[in-house]
Design a protein around this ligand. Structure first.
Ligand code: KG4
Length: 338
């Protein structure tokens, strides 16, 4: 039996999870409300909160899994990408833990972990995992990528954003409307009440599978500025339609390229991952493409969409099986590709 403790601390969520032979036993996440009033994550505050949270979170993960620390086979941690001060907390904890218990240490790439979240089994009978090769749309606050996943450790980014990520487009446009941070979930909620065809915003024209969201953000900003001159209450009166039209535009941009990649590569096994995969409109779009084009789709459980240690533990599990261990002097990295 292989039992992996996963540790995630790349941004503003401190998380610990236990995975046993690929099956989830616990996944504990402590968020950080401290950032809300600043309209974004404050790195210094994030690392301090990780320091406070890490021990209780690991303790809870063990307790919920009903195991003792002596039963852990290896500890996997997020090495990057992420905020360096935040990553240092998880990395240092994992190193200390593996050294104290004399068990292997496994480093995990955060982006790879988002993709491999689809392999977390809910129970031993769970057979819903994707079949290689598949396409994964990774959409979060920092990334918008189309990844060709050939095996657990062989992935190619075939398309990526050349400026803002999809989550940033949601968050920045929400901020302009005064909807708070993070804006993605608020836009999603209001979008359900509005008309997605009421307003039209600009879509980028870029070759290949790359994305761009900065033009949309600018077009949204200028549109609101002009309308607010005519009616200072424009946003308040139209926020449902604004959110609905904005959300539709972002989803159309994401799906158009993903569809093209699927056609070109003859791959109909398609997954979505990252924080923005919580978006109900995007989930519906996946269902529609599945019905219309025969895609076999993989949509993660809500608990595995945002940052979580279960995805780190499952990635650690597969790296453990292939004998890929980290050196004791391993240090986190803020920037790294998949
Ligand atoms: O993967 P994630 O938790 O971490 C970062 O990359 O930071 O993604 C967070 C992003 C934020 O931009 C947030 O607004 C977005 O995911 N998000 C959503 C929804 N839930 C989270 N965007 C649209 N609709 C949602 N329901």
């Amino acid at each position: 039996m292989i039992t992996i403790l996963g540790i995630e601390s790349s941004c503003d969520d401190t998380s610990a999870a236990i995975i046993r032979d690929g099956v989830i036993c616990s996944n504990v996440i402590a968020g950080q409300a401290v950032h809300e009033r600043y309209g974004g994550v404050v790195p210094e505050l994030a690392s301090r909160a990780h320091q406070q949270n890490i021990i209780p979170v690991v303790h809870d993960a063990l307790k919920q899994a009903g195991i003792t620390k002596e039963e852990i086979t290896a500890v996997a941690f997020t090495r990057g990408p992420g905020l360096l001060g935040s990553l240092l907390v998880g990395t240092s904890f994992a190193k200390g833990f593996s050294s104290a218990l004399n068990i292997p240490l496994v480093e995990v790439n955060h982006l790879q972990a988002h993709v491999l979240a689809h392999f977390i089994k809910e129970d031993e009978q769970d057979q819903n995992q994707p079949v290689f090769p598949f396409l994964c749309l990774l959409v979060s606050g920092g990334n918008s990528q189309i990844i060709l996943v050939k095996s657990y450790d062989d992935m190619d980014i075939i398309g990526k954003t050349i400026d803002d990520a999809a989550g940033e487009a949601f968050d920045k446009c929400a901020k302009v409307m005064g909807l708070g941070y993070p804006g993605g979930p608020v836009v999603d909620r209001l979008a359900k009440l509005g008309n997605p065809h009421r307003f039209t915003f600009s879509k980028p024209r870029i070759e290949g599978y790359d994305y761009s969201f900065s033009g949309l953000k600018t077009s949204f900003l200028y549109f609101l500025r002009d309308e607010l001159k005519k009616d200072p209450d424009f946003i308040e009166k139209n926020k449902e339609d604004l959110c609905s039209s904005l959300q539709k535009t972002i989803i159309d941009i994401l799906m158009d390229k993903l569809y093209q990649a699927s056609v070109d590569l003859h791959i109909k096994e398609v997954a979505v991952a990252g924080g923005v995969s919580a978006n109900s409109g995007l989930r519906n779009a996946f269902e529609e493409y599945s019905n219309q084009y025969g895609w076999k789709i993989h949509i993660p459980k809500f608990a595995y969409t945002t940052d979580n240690a279960a995805m780190v533990a499952i990635t650690g599990y597969y790296k453990y099986l292939s004998g890929e261990f980290a050196a004791p002097d391993v240090a986190p990295y803020a920037r790294v590709s998949i």
